[in-house]
Write a protein that binds this ligand. Structure first.
Ligand code: PDD
Length: 272
């Protein structure tokens, strides 16, 4: 399939410089964008967030949101992607290894597409999650390539028979390792405020809009582990899992509830 690498559309394999700072330091940022029926879903929002992440780590990008949209639309068309994902990565570029920013290095951009179906079973039946300490850094609002904390916690979830880890910082629920986390209590949705401790998910923002349209309170207020276990419903969200109910946390079962299902229906409307 066709990929975009450093200003060019390429069909063959590409070569990555071993001195690329993404490779050596995780010095870069990324996005994952969903394609439904051949069209990018919330593409503009994803690229606005990419530009924000870049600015936060002082990577200067020449491309605009429109430039990125045009590149992705071409890849989706040329690769005949109907339902799939787009992965976008930008690193600070290649330079002799040194922690300091290089005096001169050009950002390296890599974009590829792949087919992927909606995870319908998990969305219907719910998924099992575990709780674990949030061991990540304090700038989780940046969609950084440094994902070691996320990787270790997700692996821990898998080894405990789950699919995601709900992370706790000083007893407060922050988010999943690759998803945002929510509880429903007495008809209202609660989720961690969009500050430095979580990634402000694009799906989270769509859910916020859906909740407003349906008159369901969407309260951006942190909650602790006790509130998690006392919830009426729990769900998680991301570009790839949309709105996914949680049916078990550690050893405690949860039912797939009506507020989660209403949000799923509203989300479905947005993507069709
Ligand atoms: N993950 N929180 C974290 C830590 C994430 O990595 C993600 C996304 C989200 C949800 O963001 P969004 O709704 O914009 O996808 C929240 C992507 C999908 C990934 O790493 O594959």
């Amino acid at each position: 399939s066709v990929k975009y690498f450093n200003g060019e559309f390429v069909k063959d394999s590409i070569s990555i410089d071993p001195n690329d700072r993404g490779y050596q330091f995780g010095d870069g940022i990324y996005e994952v964008i969903r394609v439904y029926d051949g069209k990018l879903f919330t593409g503009i929002e994803h690229f606005e967030r990419l530009l924000r992440s870049a600015a936060e780590i002082q990577i200067k990008l020449e491309q605009t949101v429109d430039d990125y949209m045009a590149i992705c639309e071409r890849l989706v068309a040329e690769n005949y992607i109907q339902n799939g994902n787009i992965y976008v990565q930008v690193t600070r570029g290649a330079a002799v290894r040194n922690h300091l920013f290089p005096e001169s290095s050009e950002p390296v951009t890599f974009i590829y597409t792949y087919d992927s179906e909606r995870p319908v079973q998990g969305m219907k039946e719910g998924v099992k999650v575990i709780t674990t300490d949030d061991i990540r850094w304090l700038r989780c609002d940046i969609k950084s390539l440094n994902l070691l904390g996320n990787v270790l916690n997700k692996q821990k979830a898998k080894e405990a028979g789950g699919t995601e880890a709900i992370q706790l910082r000083e007893g407060i629920v922050t988010e999943g390792t690759s998803s945002n986390a929510y509880i429903v209590k007495e008809g209202a949705i609660y989720t961690h405020p969009a500050n430095n401790l979580i990634l402000n998910g694009i799906t989270r923002q769509v859910i916020k809009t859906c909740a407003a349209e349906m008159g369901i309170p969407f309260i951006e207020q942190s909650f602790d582990k006790d509130a998690l276990f006392a919830a009426d419903e729990i769900f998680i969200s991301s570009t790839s899992i949309e709105v996914t109910p949680v049916n078990q946390v550690d050893d405690q079962p949860f039912a797939v509830g009506p507020v989660t299902q209403k949000l799923q229906q509203a989300f479905e409307q947005k993507i069709s």
